[in-house]
Design a protein around this ligand. Structure first.
Ligand code: GLV
Ligand code: MN
Ligand code: MN
Length: 508
């Protein structure tokens, strides 16, 4: 990168802006005007590969930080479906979408959309996005990264005058529910757009007994099946869906590269178990006369660990070995988690009357997952019978594994390569490689993504971005600013590739 007096001045300006943003960040969203950023080198000869660094890198990093402060909790990051912070985050994202030249609206399930019709409003649209909700005590990149980087890439298209020329509509969607924290069922927003929203879910209730329908009505939506059915996109109106997401695992870090291409996403089942026993006095009921649901739950949890450590293969068996990623990657692998447990009434001197816990089961092999979910269900029932307690097991969420579209993955691979080769922090990794000779690491995602729901509507493609130590679903989640730059630039290069294809009248 060339350095000169003006560059030094601009660097100071950015530093001051960033510091100001950091110290003035509040725990809640105020509808502020977009922050100005000045690009060092933009417009100067020789800065082609550095163009819009301030938008693609610095502004994205600052916005992720700002969004990371939009929380329902004072102490940790928490934005669950339709919560006050989730609604505020949606408004903030909409303001950034407008700044990128997009027309915005919120749909009947709280998804926030930003769209440009481009040169042909009726052509099938390119959709980009990720989710705006978070887990509890979350990191600030999971979900938010994919939305904010897409906004930055579109903003560059706007600045370069390419947005209006784009031969098809571009739409960014900030999905309202991917984590499934509030209602245990996930992909609510994306499934409604894909037309797979299950009517029974409208009656799901949260921990306070509020149904999804009631939560929607409280957020000024109609909350009816009819209103949700209007959200469905016609497959012919969509060209494809692309999502950038942090890897949430350690593989890219081990490869020493910021970007990888997702080949498939593991399927998942979420169960809710209620164990019912006899509530009683902790000091007076002899051990032999208790019907303690806590012990049955504890025994069940150990049984679940045992089953998932030694899974039985389903009839589908393996899809073959692929060199890559997560705990769910290798043939027959399955991961199971009990992440939530509550007892009633929850007092130290009371034998609980009831214990509720959740089970999350994932595998890239659907039949393998199903086989082992059935084993888990029958083992829990056996334990409950033996202990004389009641057991109700509900399947709250089910999503089959999906494969990403090879055509989109090839384009994303090329875009990732171009981006990494262009940027100074990564350029040296590629000196020995020829154009087209590079294959980014290919990963199987153990985490769920909105792309899973969107896959029933259209072809999907995903890029993963390296995160420090592979840590996610934790406040320790971290992404380097230069990696953010590579991610945003890869999305930009991907869109320019689509633009190039179509302007040459090739089929895309
Ligand atoms: C979402 O992050 C999930 O995979 O649970
Ligand atoms: Mn996510
Ligand atoms: Mn997540």
């Amino acid at each position: 990168m060339k350095k000169g007096n003006s560059t030094g001045y601009v660097a100071q300006l950015i530093l001051v802006t960033t510091l100001l943003q950091a110290c003035c960040a509040t725990a809640f969203f105020v509808d502020a005007a977009p922050q100005p950023f000045v690009s060092p080198g933009y417009g100067l000869p020789g800065f082609n590969s550095m163009r819009h660094r301030s938008i693609l890198r610095d502004e994205v990093a600052a916005r992720l930080k700002e969004l990371g402060n939009v929380s329902d909790s004072r102490h940790v990051l928490e934005r669950t479906f339709l919560s006050p912070a989730a609604l505020a985050a949606g408004r903030l994202l909409a303001s950034w979408m407008r700044d990128a030249g997009l027309r915005t609206w919120e749909d009947e399930l709280g998804n926030v959309h930003g769209r440009s019709d481009g040169a042909n409003a009726t052509a099938p649209a390119l959709l980009l996005g990720s989710h705006l909700d978070t887990v509890i005590d979350a990191g600030k990149y999971d979900g938010a990264l994919g939305i904010v980087t897409a906004i930055a890439a579109v903003k560059v298209l706007k600045i370069e005058g390419k947005l209006q020329q784009f031969p098809r509509p571009i739409e960014i969607i900030a999905f309202s529910d991917e984590e499934g924290i509030r209602f245990q069922t996930t992909f609510l927003g994306s499934s409604a757009i894909a037309g797979t929203f299950q009517p029974k879910h409208l009656k799901n209730v949260d921990a306070r007994g509020i149904s999804i329908g009631a939560a929607l009505r409280a957020a000024s939506h109609l909350g009816t099946l009819e209103s949700l059915s209007t959200m469905k996109y016609e497959p012919t109106s969509v060209w494809g869906y692309v999502e950038l997401h942090i890897e949430q695992g350690p593989v890219l870090e081990a490869h020493g590269l910021p970007l990888g291409v997702v080949e498939a996403i593991a399927g998942q089942t979420r169960l809710a178990v209620r164990v019912e026993g006899s509530q009683g006095h902790a000091g007076t009921v002899p051990m032999s006369m208790r019907k303690d649901p806590m012990i049955a739950a504890a025994q069940s949890i150990v049984a679940i660990e045992n089953i998932c450590t030694h899974p039985e293969k389903g009839v589908g068996g393996s899809r073959g070995a692929t060199a890559m990623s997560t705990a769910v990657n290798h043939a027959g692998a399955i991961v199971c988690t009990v992440g939530e447990i509550h007892s009633w009434p929850g007092a130290s001197n009371v034998i609980p009357g009831e214990v509720m816990f959740t089970i999350d089961v994932r595998s890239k092999d659907d039949s393998n997952r199903e086989t082992n979910v059935v084993r888990i269900e029958s083992e829990i029932r056996k334990i409950c019978r033996k202990r004389g307690v009641g057991c109700v097991i509900e399947r709250k969420h089910e999503a089959n594994a999906i494969g990403c579209a090879p055509g989109l993955s090839d384009r994303l691979n090329a875009a990732a390569f171009t981006a990494m080769r262009e940027l100074p922090p990564f350029r040296n990794n590629f000196t020995a490689l020829e154009d087209g000779g590079f294959t980014a690491p290919t990963l199987v995602s153990g985490a769920g993504h909105d792309a899973m729901a969107m896959a029933s509507l259209t072809q999907v493609g995903m890029l993963f971005l390296r995160c420090t130590g592979g840590v996610s679903h934790s406040p320790a989640e971290h992404v380097q600013d230069d990696d953010i730059w590579a991610g945003s630039l890869a999305l930009l290069r991907f869109m320019e590739g689509v633009l190039g294809d179509l302007s040459q009248n090739q089929s895309a």
